[in-house]
Design a protein around this ligand. Sequence first.
Ligand SMILES: NC(=O)c1ccc[n+]([C@@H]2O[C@H](COP(=O)([O-])OP(=O)(O)OC[C@H]3O[C@@H](n4cnc5c(N)ncnc54)[C@H](O)[C@@H]3O)[C@@H](O)[C@H]2O)c1
Length: 255
Amino acid sequence: MDPAGKVAVVTGGNSGLGEAAALRLVASGASVVTLDRDGAAPAGASTLVCDVSDEASVAAAVAEVMARHGRIDILVNNAGIGGIGPIATAEGPGDLAAFRRVIEVNLLGAAAVAAEVGHRMTANAPSGPDGERGVIVNTCSIASFGGQEGMGAYTAAKSALAALTLVWARDLSHYGIRVMGVAPGFMGTPMVAFLPPEFVAELLKDAEFPKRAGRAEEFAEVVEFIVRTPLLNADVIRLDAGTRPPARTQWSAGG
Ligand SMILES: NC(=O)c1ccc[n+]([C@@H]2O[C@H](COP(=O)([O-])OP(=O)(O)OC[C@H]3O[C@@H](n4cnc5c(N)ncnc54)[C@H](O)[C@@H]3O)[C@@H](O)[C@H]2O)c1
């Protein structure tokens, strides 16, 4: 699907990977609306305040996009939060409230947005030689394929999102809607800016090549490649320089 003239929604689009994807889609001629709990719209895009973990907030924001633009062709399902904590220690059970919050944002939030936007996409006029009606890109993670010590909640959400990429593609293929995922490794965004440099160095040690943090613009390039390539469907592209994270680092929850 050529993004030019299309309408794109990017959740978590006011920072980091989502912001880069929004800017890239704007540059390619799409009308872009970010749904974010805070922050300013990327240049050339507009933004609506939305908490993806709140179904009413998602429904209202998607309805507002429809009122303003009449349709949604592209969804970058990207809003997410981090979270680290073991399931249990000698001191006591793990923090299940924190676990639930990560699931609510990273998994149930992504499902809520896919449900509202996917439904709207079914009504789109077929576009291009393949008659596409929409493209959904889920931001997964290398944790989708193996979470490190202490990353239970995040891994539960991101591995489920990777698995759902196949199922949602199957649910929506009847309508000419594709669903893909991108699984970034360590990317230099505000989400990870608090991490000590020694920790980042330890993480990047396990990349093959190049041994550096990914740039948000590289994520955006992959998103646009997916949008433009009709044969890409129902799978997750790793964007991690071949990283296979170790079970733990000296900084992870168990020390
Ligand atoms: N940075 C990395 O190394 C990395 C690696 C793999 C996957 N990811 C994933 O990429 C996505 C983007 O992360 P990022 O690194 O750009 O982080 P970021 O913190 O820079 O951006 C996340 C954005 O999501 C928004 N957001 C958070 N909770 C929200 C909610 N409930 N409703 C609406 N918006 C909400 C934030 O306001 C922010 O604008 C996340 O899903 C994250 O899990 C990041």
